[in-house]
Design a protein around this ligand. Structure first.
Ligand SMILES: [Zn+2]
Length: 267
């Protein structure tokens, strides 16, 4: 069972209004998992105690857009304290090229001076089959409704993580019965933006309703908005209690509900 979930970067595309880009920290015992490695990785310098007692870190990437991998350049300054470090990516699975090969481009000169091999960071490909990290079974799902394919992630019955996709009815099946659904919310119905590759707050709420997730956390928030009230209100009209992710906040309490407790929605 995952013990803690801390959002390190709740924003999408670029950092703004105090939100770094895509990164979340899960902890269980001496093992940590980072979901994506956006600029939020830098929070680990501001909050080094988040890694207290952690020996092993696995970074699981949903895709390779820069707002999800820029923080890989920060690893020499943030994760050196951990003995074992592995990056898992969907290179072969989604793009037919190994994750090692794809990341080598941006983690070597002329982009970056300290390649992974000099940091003893292992790089592996996700196979598409369920696998286990920190004693948690992780399932992946190919999402074809972004500008390039992305992966949805599911961590046992605790958490489904769905980002960088336009609304996809199949997301709800993948997330069915999770205690917490973290789903991107890029805009509102009234002010749509990139709706062919991203989801609105109402669509995130619809996925939560259909999946009967216990709670809904909005992630990959738009950098254009300082105030997220309209976004949150739109989701809450369907899923009361919806929360917009705040950087550095711990959302572990959202795992505490029973599995599959249906959200009390407005029908
Ligand atoms: Zn993104």
């Amino acid at each position: 069972m995952i013990e803690t979930l801390t959002i390190l970067g709740g924003g999408g595309w670029f950092p703004a209004h105090g939100r770094q880009t895509a990164c979340a920290l899960l902890r269980r015992g001496e093992h940590a998992i980072l979901i994506d490695a956006g600029t939020g990785v830098g929070r680990l310098v501001e909050r080094p105690e988040l890694l207290d007692g952690i020996r092993r870190v696995d970074i699981v990437l949903t895709h390779f857009h820069l707002d999800h991998v820029a923080g890989l350049a920060y690893l020499p300054g943030t994760l050196r304290v951990c003995e074992e470090r592995t990056v898992w990516g969907p290179g072969k699975l989604l793009y037919g090229r190994s994750t090692r090969e794809l990341l080598a481009t941006v983690t070597h000169e002329p982009f970056h001076p300290v390649p992974f091999e000099d940091q003893e960071i292992d790089v592996r490909d996700l196979s598409g089959a369920p696998f286990e990290l920190a004693g948690v079974e992780i399932a992946t799902r190919r999402q074809d409704r972004h500008s390039a394919p992305t992966l949805g992630l599911r961590f046992g019955d605790a958490l489904a993580w769905i980002t960088d996709t336009a609304f996809d009815p199949d997301s709800a099946r993948f997330a069915a019965g999770c205690r917490l659904l973290a789903h991107e919310a890029w805009c509102t119905t009234g002010r749509p933006r990139n709706i062919d590759i991203h989801s609105s707050a109402a669509q995130a709420a619809e996925v939560a309703m259909r999946s009967e997730a216990g709670s809904l956390l909005l992630i990959h928030l738009p950098p254009f908005e300082h105030d997220l009230d309209v976004l949150v209100s739109e989701a809450r009209a369907v899923v009361p209690g919806t929360i917009a992710a705040e950087d550095e906040h711990d959302y572990s309490e959202l795992f505490e509900g029973p599995v599959g407790a249906p959200i009390q929605g407005v029908h």
